[in-house]
Design a protein around this ligand. Structure first.
Ligand code: ASP
Length: 420
């Protein structure tokens, strides 16, 4: 029995755990809180992997790239796709809110208790300057992903230039890589248990009664994210990447489910990287570079939510928005999605900035604090999928991609496509 459980593919086990978690949450109610430490342990386990995995994977990916010059092109294409997708996502959020008026029927007055979280502004200039760390060790210790990407690229390029003298470092990295990949595999085997506990906790703690007043907003966000996932993203996967959508989604499912249950795209990164390489055949260097960058700056689900929530607020307070306000929402919503950290409820602290840009009251955020986890799950799943799509599309465009692994005609290893 136990053996046949472990023989099932991970996505199947995680999905089963999710259904079992929902049932356990409904049966146990608030008592499901007792399961939360198991979920926390899983989240701690995957977070523990993020820094070593990104650093070692990216570095070993760069030094084994057949054509290191293509790194620049990969960077430009990645950023271009990220920057195009974010405003589109905000506009989708606005569109769905205009079409479905999620505020209708929401007892706004009764829900407005407590103040909004403190607003956080995003300075893109600061984000850019801090990519260069003053202390690389501190950047690693603090898990500063953009700075870690920078250091890894720098060391990797220097190693290529140094040539033979860097051989001992190459050998060391090769071993370190094998070890971290093995540990990742172990931690991921615990995913079904973590997911079960987290879903049971969310369902038990939130209860349907809390969700009912905001049900329309929740449904509206889920619908908009699904539209993004299955229309916009599919267009990208087929139109730009010329990839089979079904295979793509099957390959990335583990990461989508883990993102949904943990609500953290940074934490899900080890799973995303593994899916990209092992199931979809995207090379180690491309997957690590694109997905790590994406976990920090590309958040389509968050962007959708920024647009939608601004409109929800305008509807709640009866504010008519003009063209300038819509433009401000798209602009600040895009910035907020770039600046949001890949952690649970990161959106909450950035919403006031978006609302403020259109002259809307920040107090509205207090309306959704209680149910944010349910919204966050969908946002995070959309965020992670968006990163994976860009990684697969860029990999395909740049030829750093193994079609046989993607097609399932050859089993992927953890560095399957490096020499593709
Ligand atoms: N939890 C989301 C993420 O990690 C960010 C958000 O709050 O929207 O991607």
């Amino acid at each position: 029995m136990l053996k046949s459980w472990f023989l099932q593919p991970l996505w199947f086990r995680v999905l089963t755990a999710m259904v079992a978690g929902i049932i356990a949450g409904l049966l146990l109610g608030p008592q499901a809180d007792a399961l939360k430490p198991i979920g926390d342990l899983f989240i701690r386990g995957i977070k523990m992997l993020v820094v070593p995995l990104v650093f070692i994977s990216l570095l070993s990916g760069v030094i084994s790239m057949p054509n290191p010059a293509s790194l620049g092109r990969i960077g430009v294409k990645t950023m271009a796709l990220y920057l195009v997708m974010a405003p589109i996502a905000v506009a989708i959020g606005i569109g769905f809110a205009v079409a479905f008026t999620p505020v209708a029927g929401t007892p706004v007055d009764g829900l407005l208790e407590g103040g909004p979280p403190d607003a956080k502004s995003v300075s893109i200039l600061k984000l850019i300057t801090e990519i260069v760390p003053t202390n690389p060790i501190a950047a690693l210790a603090q898990g500063d992903i953009l700075a870690i990407i920078f250091i890894a690229l720098l060391i990797g390029i220097a190693m290529i230039r140094v040539g033979d003298d860097a051989q001992p470092l190459r050998a060391f990295l090769g071993s370190a890589n094998a070890v971290i990949v093995r540990i990742t595999g172990w931690v991921l085997e615990t995913a079904p248990f973590g997911v079960f506990a987290l879903i049971a906790w969310v369902v038990g703690a939130q209860g349907l009664a809390v969700l009912v007043p905001l049900l329309k907003l929740i449904v509206c966000l889920y619908a908009a994210c699904l539209f993004h996932l299955f229309v916009i993203s599919v267009l990208l996967v087929i139109g730009v990447g010329r990839l089979n959508v079904w295979r793509f989604y099957r390959g990335i499912l583990d990461a989508m489910l883990v993102a949904f249950s943990t609500s953290t795209s940074s934490g899900t990164l080890p799973v995303t990287l593994r899916c990209l390489e092992k199931n979809l055949g995207v090379s180690r260097s491309t997957s690590t570079f694109v997905a790590s960058l994406g976990a920090t700056v590309n958040m389509d689900g968050t962007a959708i939510y920024m647009g939608m929530f601004a409109l929800f607020t305008a509807q709640a307070f009866g504010v008519e928005l003009g063209f300038a306000q819509y433009a401000a929402i798209v602009f600040t919503g895009t910035l907020a999605s770039i600046g949001a950290a890949g952690i649970p409820s990161a959106s909450l602290v950035l919403l006031p900035m978006v609302l403020g840009s259109a002259g809307l009251p920040a107090e509205a955020v207090a309306l959704v604090v209680g149910v944010d986890r349910v919204l966050d799950m969908m946002r995070t799943m959309t965020n992670v999928t968006g990163d994976a799509i860009v990684a697969a599309v860029v990999g395909k465009l740049e030829g750093t991609f193994d079609q046989d692994v993607f097609d399932g005609t050859r089993a992927g290893t953890d560095s399957a496509a490096e020499n593709a």
